[in-house]
Write a protein that binds this ligand. Structure first.
Ligand SMILES: *[C@@H]1O[C@H](CO)[C@@H](O)[C@H](O)[C@H]1NC(C)=O
Ligand SMILES: *[C@@H]1O[C@H](CO)[C@@H](O)[C@H](O)[C@H]1NC(C)=O
Ligand SMILES: *[C@@H]1O[C@H](CO)[C@@H](O)[C@H](O)[C@H]1NC(C)=O
Ligand SMILES: *[C@@H]1O[C@H](CO)[C@@H](O)[C@H](O)[C@H]1NC(C)=O
Ligand SMILES: *[C@@H]1O[C@H](CO)[C@@H](O)[C@H](O)[C@H]1NC(C)=O
Ligand SMILES: *[C@@H]1O[C@H](CO)[C@@H](O)[C@H](O)[C@H]1NC(C)=O
Length: 835
């Protein structure tokens, strides 16, 4: 495809994306049924029309029922009082049935107001409500207005809701709603409160909304919520209301690209918060606590909404967030999470594990880090009950009478299909297992089995028998705590070289003189354990000259310590801006980009299963004493899709400004998400400015958007780092811009692979050095063919220090090739240009 074609198609994609994003910002549900039960006429609530469920409507499949109206009752003033004028009453099990045009999560909302009619006092009704898969309510009885909201994943073409009277009683309902939920609203992953692991599998849970609360503000009605939800004020849940103060600044709220959206919670929720009533008294030390009553016997999904509308500048507010007694967000710093932005909407999901509690307690309190003034905020909370192992949300099984006989045919068909599927599965599993076994044999030398109670001790290590730890070529793993204490001068604060989400990073010197970087997870934090384990698992499997090497770890006494090779020159980011390092030449920058691309290319392809880094950014590209780039920080990495899938579905993680919009939209992770983030790094390298810079005028804040605009106009040279002005050859810059632009394609399929990026950058470098004697067609978007003669040359020289002896660690040939060119170039570079 020629470049013109590329431009045209990306223009179309851009248009499609615009359309998609406008759809997204105003979610229009594929399925929407709003029913005013027992009413002969349609009713309007806000922008919604609740239709009459008269028999002609066809929703009610079992018509043994009566309608009643509430004349003579005083209906409470409520946004739904329209619905409470009438009810439909069932003396036998009765079913509403709704066609579902798009499978997926749907809300079921049930509206009850028990008035008394001539022959029926609805306050005496006792009944159960269920779908085919889930029991929603059992032996329900109420004497007041009640709105119940569930969200269930509907996988078949219809949804049945059955009302079953409990022995001798009757059932009733005033209003009923079935509405599609936007897919991104509930992801598949959350953090589990205790033990601190990941909870995976939310997509298959039926949920019931138990609380939806707007902290520090008034009721937000369905009219002010894009998804027609109601948020109640928090006063009634506060344990000690005197300890909390309201704050409000609705206009400040911003919804970042790649973060929370208006569908997650409206402006009126993010724009108000409860904060500690600390009056900036530095001695204040208390928690603000809310208590929510819940049913025993269930796990709960807790979503905490945050938006820092109180700070005047970034990094002023540090606080702890507790669920029950666990510190789930220790030393939480909203601005770090949000790339330096204030008043930006975000949320965190947690799943409780104890089923033996009838109260969920959420507290916020001051943190002691950085001598921050004691303060803490919370903007909103949603608590959702998760179905139990029987698929029930009521603690009871689905009433027998609602399992209709007609479904027997379905059951038999289901069994037959099930058996066939099981057979196929067994065969597939057999072959997969056989393959895995083979792989495991190949990798047994470096595989670390991880168990929940810590890391296995099977690795041989010089460190564990009390002698020295060294950074030699053998891979040494577990290190005694004492040795690390010694290496870091007992975690001397003046040896700290970095602070990250995980904890502090210290410089260290091993007894043999090797310099190391020691990353110590906050011992109080249980959060990082999963990331700690991922990092060890990943780094012990991958050894590559462009990936930072792990030298050892320590998990004694609940410590989470990782020891890496020391990278003399710190992060790529610090060389681009914000520090006193001398400005790097274009050639140096290209070499670094090429090195990082090579590391990522290896992650994506160098192993039987692709590994997706998930947090590619300039702060995770480290530079050694020769300015050679190595990719670091594998805490968020995931192994990629199995062969027959094309993506991994997962909750969006990563860093603001670098996040792949497609990953964010679809929560599906592929290697191409890394390619996107890498593309942002390319622009960062060229322009030497932060990817998100809130201090700039609005159109410049987001580097990716800003740079793409200039690239598309063919004027990228206008915004490059001033120190590079006039030093980049136009061809080199043009090719570089095109490469970065392709990495930032809206759709993953349009982005090049890391391998392609690598070749293109090699070519950019050659264009700069002008070593191509016969100028090839530079408009070509693929230069592999043109470069191949040189590639073969490179291949003949040896590569000294990457081999580790196991086949596993040997690089794919493509990598090997470029690795050599790299080391050559670097030695030259160091000699000729120095720093
Ligand atoms: C209610 O609205 C629907 C759809 O707009 C319409 O088809 C139906 O006739 C209305 N029913 C009544 C009773 O007005
Ligand atoms: C619904 O369930 C199906 C099958 O378990 C799953 O593939 C899908 O992702 C789920 N959808 C949602 C929106 O939860
Ligand atoms: C906080 O806001 C809520 C809702 O607007 C209100 O009921 C409450 O009285 C306010 N509390 C204080 C201390 O102002
Ligand atoms: C609801 O939205 C209206 C405008 O659409 C606004 O005037 C009102 O203040 C909002 N209410 C709340 C509680 O935010
Ligand atoms: C806040 O609550 C947590 C969890 O219950 C507790 O460990 C902590 O000591 C409390 N802090 C204060 C200052 O009361
Ligand atoms: C909820 O039900 C699904 C099946 O519908 C099941 O896979 C899941 O394990 C249940 N959840 C819990 C917490 O038991």
């Amino acid at each position: 495809m020629g470049f013109g074609g590329f431009k045209l198609s990306s223009f179309f994609l851009f248009c499609i994306l615009l359309l998609l994003s406008s759809c997204y910002s105003q979610f229009s549900p594929a399925d929407q049924y709003s029913i005013d039960c027992g009413s002969p006429t349609n009713s309007t609530v806000g922008s919604r029309v609740f239709l009459s469920d008269n028999l002609a409507s066809g929703y009610l499949t079992t018509p043994q029922n009566v309608l009643v109206d509430a004349s003579g009752n005083s209906i409470p003033s409520s946004e739904y009082s329209q619905l409470y004028q009438t009810a439909r009453i069932f003396s036998q099990a009765s079913t509403y049935s709704f066609k579902i045009s798009q499978p997926g999560r749907h809300w079921i909302r049930l509206y009850f107001y028990p008035f008394s009619a001539s022959n029926y006092d609805l306050k005496t009704a006792t009944f159960s409500v269920s779908t085919r898969e889930h029991s929603l309510l059992s032996d329900f009885n109420s004497d007041r207005e009640t709105v119940k909201e569930y969200s269930v994943n509907v996988t078949s073409g219809d949804l049945e809701i059955t009302f079953t009277p409990s022995g001798g009683s009757f059932a009733f309902v005033n209003g009923l709603e079935v509405v599609s939920v936007p897919d991104p609203l509930i992801g598949n992953d959350a953090a589990s409160v205790t033990p601190p692991t990941n909870f995976h599998g939310l997509l298959n849970q039926a949920l019931e909304t138990v609380a939806r609360v707007n902290m520090g503000g008034p009721t937000v009605t369905s009219r002010n919520d894009s998804l027609w939800r109601t948020w109640v004020p928090d006063r009634g849940f506060l344990k000690n209301p005197n300890l909390a103060t309201n704050v409000s600044n609705t206009n400040a709220v911003r919804y970042p690209r790649g973060g929370a959206t208006e569908d997650d919670a409206p402006r009126s929720v993010y724009g108000t918060a409860a904060r500690m009533a600390s009056d900036n008294d530095p001695k204040s030390n208390f928690n603000v606590t809310w208590e929510f009553p819940v049913d025993r016997g269930f796990q709960y999904l807790i979503r905490l909404h945050f938006c820092d509308i109180v700070s005047e500048a970034p990094n002023q507010l540090y606080f702890n967030v507790y669920i029950q007694d666990s510190n789930v967000l220790p030393d939480f710093d909203l601005t770090t999470r949000l790339g330096g932005n204030l008043a930006t909407a975000t949320y965190s999901d947690f799943v409780t594990s104890s089923m033996n509690t009838d109260q969920i307690r959420i507290s916020i309190g001051p943190s002691t880090v950085n001598n921050a003034l004691p303060n803490a905020i919370l903007n909103g909370v949603e608590i959702m009950k998760m179905n139990n192992s029987d698929g029930s949300l009521s603690g009871k099984d689905i009433p027998l009478s609602s399992k209709k006989s007609k479904s027997n045919v379905g059951v038999i068909a289901g069994v037959v299909v099930g058996v066939v599927i099981a057979l196929v599965l067994i065969l597939v599993l057999f072959f997969v297992h056989k393959r895995k076994k083979q792989e495991r044999l190949n990798q047994s030398k470096i595989w670390i089995p991880l168990s929940t109670n810590g890391l296995s001790q099977t690795m041989g290590s010089k460190c564990s028998n009390g002698t020295t730890i060294s950074a030699g070529s053998n891979f040494n793993y577990r290190c005694p705590f004492a040795a690390i204490q010694e290496a870091t001068n007992n975690f001397d604060e003046s040896w700290v070289i970095g602070i990250g989400g995980f904890g502090k990073v210290y410089k260290g010197v091993l007894s043999d003189g090797t310099k190391v970087a020691v990353k110590r997870g906050n011992p109080k934090s249980q959060q990082g354990l999963a990331e700690f384990q991922t990092e060890i698992e990943m780094l012990s499997q991958f050894r590559h000259r462009h990936l930072v090497s792990l030298i050892g770890y320590c998990d004694e006494k609940n410590e989470m310590i990782l020891i890496y090779e020391y990278m003399e020159n710190g992060t790529l980011k610090s060389h681009l801006y914000g520090s006193n390092f001398p400005s790097m030449s274009w050639k140096q920058r290209l070499e670094i980009c090429i090195g990082a691309a090579r590391g990522l290319h290896y992650l994506h392809t160098g192993y039987s299963k692709a590994v997706i880094h998930r947090d590619v950014k300039s702060a995770n590209i480290l530079l050694d004493e020769n300015l050679m780039a190595k990719v670091a920080d594998f805490g968020l990495s995931k192994t990629g899709p199995e062969i027959d899938q094309t993506h991994v579905s997962t909750a969006v993680k990563g860093s603001f400004g670098y996040l792949d919009p497609e990953y964010f939209r679809r929560q599906q992770l592929t290697e191409k998400s890394d390619v996107y983030s890498y593309g942002v790094v390319l622009f960062e390298v060229l322009c030497a400015r932060p990817v998100i810079d809130p201090s700039l005028p609005r159109e410049k804040v987001n580097l990716a958007e800003w740079a793409m605009k200039w690239q598309k106009n063919g004027q990228l040279d206008q915004i490059i780092d001033v120190t590079l002005k006039g030093k980049i050859r136009p061809d080199s810059l043009r090719k570089f811009g095109e490469t970065a632009e392709k990495c930032l394609s809206d759709f993953g399929v349009d982005r090049p692979s890391m391998g392609d990026v690598l070749w293109n950058l090699e070519y950019v470098l050659q264009l700069q050095e002008a070593v191509l004697p016969n100028d090839p067609d530079e408009n070509s978007t693929n230069v592999i063919g043109e470069l191949s003669p040189q590639i073969h040359d490179f291949h003949t020289s040896g590569d000294e220090n990457t081999s580790t002896g196991t086949g596993q660690f040997e690089m794919s040939s493509g990598d090997d090739i470029s690795g050599v060119s790299m080391s050559k170039v670097f030695s030259q570079l160091v000699k000729s240009e120095g720093r």
